[in-house]
Design a protein around this ligand. Structure first.
Ligand SMILES: Cc1ncc(COP(=O)(O)O)c(C=O)c1O
Length: 426
């Protein structure tokens, strides 16, 4: 029997998991002829919808030549081509790519590269990390250490090396206390600087999701915060790790969210949508400065971290096809219009008494239920009846749909969510 993730298996007796037999575009098909719109792109992965023909074709082509080869001692065109494309997208600000599989394994690489690079420079005491309150960076032990979500980490407290935590910026709080998002960002930077001043000499890196904390509840904030993070990390000699596992690949409007702040981190993690959701792949882009300190005689200085499927050719080829498609079809430019269509269809929620903080960043649409997670659950149930799959985070209901939607589907999506909310309020 399958042990399902993120699930109390005891509840499956009353609420069994839904069998899905096939998928096409944004649609998932159940075993009794049901059809649901994948409103959160299967945990934010299927950016072009399911089984996108360009990626399926690329996988067929790859299978005709090379299925897998280990990346130590060998290389292959798909790994090289993907690394070159990604480095190009950073304009050369980041120069080297380390491959892994899931998001959490990318965080492990980034955390280890940061700490080891200090060690290689004769600073072995710089080993601690700082993260934002409410952060989520994955569930392996290293990633959990920089995750500030008790529900996931409390059970493993004694196994973890917990990071230092600061309150980050939140546009909702800014609105609540009547300050601008820029002022809110400035206040969070003051808190960060106070911590770095005190602890900087023992710190390896600050880690955050740029512009939005996703699993933390779609907490959006001003790009000024990232500009300030760059300055402070330089001032106090610590790395900045940008976790773009949720925000990357165009979700916030630009390919990398950090582009909106016009600054680059030292290490950047990508995963989820990078293969269009067809295969697991994650990666870390590293700066030239970090890469250089791993060079030298002997393996002691090298970054020995590896996984059996590091740089799997199928996964890399899917990612190359995904990047080609985004560029050739101008997907992110078309998303501007799609975002407006969905936003317009959600507008009636602004006047709904149970809804607070209706917000959007690129192709992320979210609001909070004033009455809490119980109401969010009711909305999820209503939406499913209407053919829309959601998965609220506590009291936050959100859409993170696949990108390739026409006007009619965008309206249907927004209107279906709106109707589901209003139904629960009557
Ligand atoms: C920002 C962020 N980082 C890391 C992860 C972990 O990724 P994975 O579940 O693929 O290990 C997630 C997953 O939701 C995430 O949203």
């Amino acid at each position: 029997m399958v042990w399902h993730p993120c699930t109390q298996m005891q509840t499956l007796i009353e609420e069994p998991v839904e069998p899905i037999l096939s998928a096409d575009g944004p649609w998932l098909f159940g075993e009794n002829g049901q059809k649901w719109f994948d409103g959160i792109a299967s945990w934010w992965t299927c950016l072009l919808g399911h089984r996108h023909p360009a990626i399926v074709q690329a996988l067929h082509d790859q299978l005709e030549t090379l299925d897998h080869v280990m990346l130590a001692g060998f290389t292959h065109p798909s790994a090289v081509s993907l690394a070159e494309s990604l480095v190009g997208l950073t304009g050369g600000a980041l120069t080297h790519v380390s491959y892994a599989s899931d998001g959490a394994s990318a965080l492990e690489i980034a955390l280890k590269q940061s700490a080891q690079s200090w060690r290689n420079q004769g600073l072995p005491h710089k080993t601690r990390f700082v993260c934002l309150a409410g952060s989520y960076h994955g569930e392996t032990l290293g990633a959990l250490g920089v995750t500030d979500q008790a529900v996931f980490s409390e059970q493993y407290r004694s196994l973890l090396r917990a990071a230092l935590v600061i309150d980050g910026p939140d546009n909702r709080r800014a609105h609540c206390v009547g300050v601008s998002p820029q002022e809110e960002a400035a206040q969070a930077l003051e808190r960060l600087e106070a911590l770095l001043k005190k602890e900087g000499s023992t710190l390896a890196a600050f880690v955050c999701e740029p512009l939005m904390q996703g699993a933390g509840g779609m907490v959006m904030y001003h790009p000024d915060f990232l500009r300030g993070v760059r300055t402070l990390c330089d001032r106090y000699s610590i790395h900045w790790i940008a976790d773009e596992i949720a925000t990357g690949c165009g979700r916030t409007g630009t390919f990398f969210a950090v582009e909106q702040a016009e600054v680059w981190p030292d290490l950047l993690c990508l995963s989820k949508g990078i293969t269009g959701g067809l295969l697991p792949l994650s990666l870390v882009l590293s700066s030239e400065a970090i890469y250089q300190v791993f060079l030298g005689d002997g393996v002691g200085r090298a970054f020995l971290h590896s996984h059996s499927f590091t740089g799997n050719p199928l996964a890399c080829r899917a990612a190359v096809a995904m990047l080609d498609f985004l560029r050739e079809e101008n997907v992110l430019v078309h998303n501007i219009q799609r975002g407006h269509w969905i936003e317009r269809a959600l507008k009636p929620l602004q006047d709904s008494s149970g809804v607070a903080n209706l917000r959007r960043l690129g192709m992320v649409f979210a609001f909070d239920c004033i009455e809490g997670s119980g109401r969010a659950k009711q909305i999820q149930v209503q939406a499913k009846k209407r053919g829309l799959l959601l998965r609220p985070i506590a009291s936050t209901v959100y859409l993170m749909p696949p990108y390739l939607l026409n006007e009619e589907t965008c309206h249907w999506l927004g209107e279906t969510l709106t109707a589901s909310v209003l139904e629960t309020m009557t």
